[in-house]
Design a protein around this ligand. Structure first.
Ligand SMILES: Cc1ncc(COP(=O)(O)O)c(C=O)c1O
Length: 365
């Protein structure tokens, strides 16, 4: 058996007719930048999330930059964030010439530990940036309570979690600004780079719309220093064809996760979704000791896996200047040695899942 990790080709074949037709329409119109598909997509994403404002952009990374620029983050400001994420979370903070102030994670959810946030706060702290890692929101009630108490802004890095909910509300309502990514392998992905910013704040929305087009408020009149950060029309066309299937795909991913959790052997630590929230299962990430051995054995029988992430952010070479040593964030350090993401996509068959769980059972016996 040869199993596909994200199975994007299968998904394309399923929706090919609509995807091809949508792309062809853009090619026929030659409206490659801010064509009508971009606005259509923004309306449909707003419908999906009920966000007051949805602004698409060129990537999840640029979405984070746009969010921080809209909040007027200045050089020297500090932003509290998780130490266990993809590099873009902290890299964009550093690109703003602000300082990422890392906080360790909860062992059960892999997300920022809210009980450690207040200790990280200083006079320079301007915002908290939780990440909804693997698709599950962090403890947003606790995080927002801390933010309100200390007058801090909250940006959710929702790159992995488009569509997720917290207390039955879309996570875009839990922050000042929430971002997402449409990178191809994300739960909702396009065929290149893409992202979006969501906010219920009119002022931020207005500013973000200008910032994504070089800070322009009128053609060739630039109110802010901005970015060239628009979503390509062709990518919007791809997403327009995929979005109608997304709710069904979210359910299918949940089904895959439930099956894994029920069938995996006890020696495997399976992911926990806390009460009152959901995950869109960007990854189904287990914890195993002897990860390298397990990964190699799975590979040998045709089961691809991935490690998200092998090194916490404070140990990355680019953050050496922060002078944070091994031992500073013990939970993230331990988990980075144990996490292993199993194949996860809406099209994984019962036979494939059963093959994966059986192989893991034999290996870990
Ligand atoms: C947590 C997180 N933040 C930000 C990003 C950046 O998104 P993009 O690749 O669309 O720039 C990613 C993408 O992997 C991510 O996982």
């Amino acid at each position: 058996m040869k199993i596909d990790f994200a199975n994007l080709q299968h998904q394309y074949q399923l929706y090919k007719k609509d995807i091809d037709a949508n792309i062809q329409k853009v090619l026929n119109n030659s409206n490659y930048i801010m064509g009508e598909e971009v606005q259509q997509l923004e309306h449909q994403l707003a419908d999906f999330t009920k966000a007051t404002h949805t602004i698409t952009c060129s990537s999840g990374t640029d979405a984070l930059l746009l969010a921080m620029m809209a909040l007027d983050i200045q050089p020297g400001d500090e932003i509290i964030t998780t130490v266990f994420s993809f590099i873009a979370t902290a890299e964009t903070i550093a690109l703003m010439q602000a300082t990422p102030v890392f906080v360790d994670i909860e062992e059960s959810t892999f997300n920022i530990d809210p009980s450690k946030i207040e200790a990280a706060k200083t006079k320079k702290t301007k915002a908290i940036m939780p990440v909804s890692l693997y698709g599950q929101p962090a403890d947003m009630a606790e995080i927002n309570a801390i933010a309100t108490k200390h007058n801090l802004k909250v940006i959710i890095d929702g790159a992995q979690s488009f569509g997720t909910t917290y207390k039955n509300k879309s996570e875009v309502h839990l922050s000042d600004i929430t971002t997402t990514s449409f990178f191809p392998s994300k739960p909702l992905g396009c065929y290149g780079d893409g992202g979006a910013v969501f906010t219920n704040n009119d002022e931020y929305a207005e500013k973000i719309k200008m910032l994504r087009v070089h800070g322009q408020n009128k053609r060739y009149h630039h109110k802010y220093i901005g970015l060239g950060a628009r979503l390509d029309t062709i990518q919007a066309a791809v997403l327009l064809a995929k979005l109608p299937h997304y709710k069904k795909e979210m359910q299918a991913r949940q089904q895959v996760a439930d099956t894994y959790t029920a069938a995996l052997p006890n020696k495997v630590k399976t992911p926990l979704i806390k009460a009152n929230r959901s995950s869109v299962w960007a990854q189904y990430t287990i914890r195993v000791s002897h990860r390298k051995q397990v990964q190699e054995s799975l590979k040998n029988v045709g089961i691809p896996t991935a490690v998200h992430y092998p090194m916490p952010l404070h140990l990355q070479e680019c953050f050496k200047y922060l002078q944070l040593k091994l031992g500073s964030f013990p939970v993230a350090e331990q988990l980075s040695n144990e996490v292993l993401s199993l194949p996860m996509n809406a099209f994984l068959t019962v036979e494939e899942e059963s093959f994966i769980t059986q192989k893991l059972k034999v290996m870990l016996n």
